[in-house]
Design a binder for this molecule. Structure first.
Ligand code: PLP
Length: 422
């Protein structure tokens, strides 16, 4: 029965029964965690051959470059081809970075602040009331970058097809709005993949700023959890058709393919934007770690190799997502207090509760030993205006831990909802 149709006495009875379960969990002294959006150790074990493969001196020469030495600053040609295949662009449109795509994103915005991008009338730091669009719920580390760079962060609602483009098109008319964050495939945390129509509209829309930039973070490009994963349109083709090639800068990495923090990252952009970036990157570094590029090439080889690797990840992850889904469904279906996403890929499930219940649920879960991503973290400035969204990360727990943590979560959700109704 839906909670909002229950009489007061019924709700009190339900609450008392839940409190009994809750106290039983407390007495167990548990320490569980649904906040870590990272691979578990068994997933990391998959990639040990990347480290263990012996390398003779002759193996270190790739495409005519000795990976043990300086040189080849934009990445080994084979590695640029590798990422070009993943991102759907020619190798010349790719720069291979270091161990973190987030660092490439930070660098891109820093350069725009100091020097401007290819189409910038002036460096962004000279725009006093600069603003940035933040589809939310979204990724807190994205929001943090543009917050630190002095942008006013403007939240944009997420829909099942991507950001609400009526809002985006209206807001982007303002020349002080310099760009937006996008995780176009299996978005963190909603799992949404942008529809073709969304991509087309983003590519075409009119913007007030000539250098309006979409930070296209394709972190989960190959992270399917279903036989038929989502397909993402090729944003660079659409942008070219629309005459807005410079609008999109794409990022990805092997963080959740091999080793987070020790993988290889890449960015893709128009030749004008890549040329602008190279001018300053060439001053910043003599080149990134080509030995790691070499190890990744030997281990993953190409898009087909990545597919095989991702199938192995999927085999380890599917069961975890299933347990979370089944527990949420078992305990919350029909109560009218929760909606959650059913992602076909990525690392997260996004849970929406009645307004004003997310923080309380977080606290109730924490009290009995379950750590959740703090309520609000998925919104700019850490403030969820409706205090209703929680990001759940099932990957890093064992299946046994996950079953218990999810059961505790649902008790916390129900208690918070009843408190609100009473
Ligand atoms: C959307 C998104 N982008 C980027 C990252 C971090 O990527 P990297 O390890 O390449 O810096 C994450 C990590 O969780 C993420 O969820």
């Amino acid at each position: 029965m839906r909670y909002n149709e229950m009489k007061r006495e019924e709700l009190i009875r339900e609450r008392n029964a839940l409190l009994e379960q809750y106290e039983a969990y407390r007495s167990e002294g548990l320490k569980l965690d649904l906040s870590r959006g990272k691979p578990a150790a068994d997933q990391l074990d998959l990639s040990m051959d990347l480290l263990n493969a012996p390398l003779a001196a002759a193996d270190c020469v790739v495409d005519g470059f000795d990976c043990r030495n300086y040189g080849c600053p934009w990445g080994l040609p084979s590695m640029r081809r590798f990422f070009g295949e993943l991102l759907g662009v020619p190798a010349e449109q790719v720069i291979v970075g270091g161990n973190s795509s987030l660092a490439l994103m930070y660098g891109t915005i820093s350069r725009a602040m100091l020097f401007g991008l290819a189409n910038s009338p002036a460096p962004w730091s000279t725009v006093p009331d600069r603003k940035w669009l933040c589809p939310a719920p979204g990724y807190d580390r994205h929001f943090a970058i543009t917050e630190k760079m002095g942008f006013e962060l403007i939240p944009v609602d997420m829909t099942p097809e991507g950001p609400d483009l009526d809002q985006v098109e209206r807001l982007a008319q303002d020349p002080a709005v310099k760009g937006m964050w996008c995780v176009p495939k299996y978005a963190n945390p909603t799992g949404v993949t942008y529809s073709d129509a969304t991509c087309r509209r983003l590519a075409k829309m009119k913007t007030g700023a000539p250098d309006f930039t979409v930070m296209w973070d394709n972190a989960y490009a190959v992270h399917d959890l279903a036989d038929r994963g989502d397909e993402l349109a090729n944003i660079f083709e659409l942008a070219k058709e629309a005459g807005n090639e410079d609008r999109f800068i794409a990022f990805t990495s092997t963080s959740k393919i091999t080793f987070p923090g020790a993988g290889v990252s890449a960015m893709a952009a128009s030749s004008a934007n890549l040329d602008a970036a190279k001018k300053y990157l060439a001053v910043e570094t003599i080149g990134y770690d080509k030995l790691n590029q070499l190890r990744h090439l030997k281990y993953l080889k190409n898009a087909e190799g990545v597919k095989t690797q991702m199938a192995r990840h999927r085999a380890l992850l599917e069961g975890k997502f299933r347990i979370l889904e089944q527990t949420l469904s078992r305990d919350l279906d029909g109560l009218g207090i929760a909606e959650w996403t059913h992602p076909k890929g990525g690392y997260f499930v996004s849970l929406d509760l009645p307004d004003g219940c997310a923080k309380r649920t977080y606290e109730l879960a924490r009290e009995v030993g379950v750590t959740l991503t703090p309520a609000g973290a998925t919104f700019p400035y850490g403030r969820d205006p409706r205090d209703r969204n929680l990001r759940l990360a099932p990957t890093c727990s064992t299946t046994a831990e996950l079953g218990i943590a999810a059961s505790i979560l649902t008790v916390a959700v129900r208690l918070a909802a009843i408190e609100k109704l009473l």
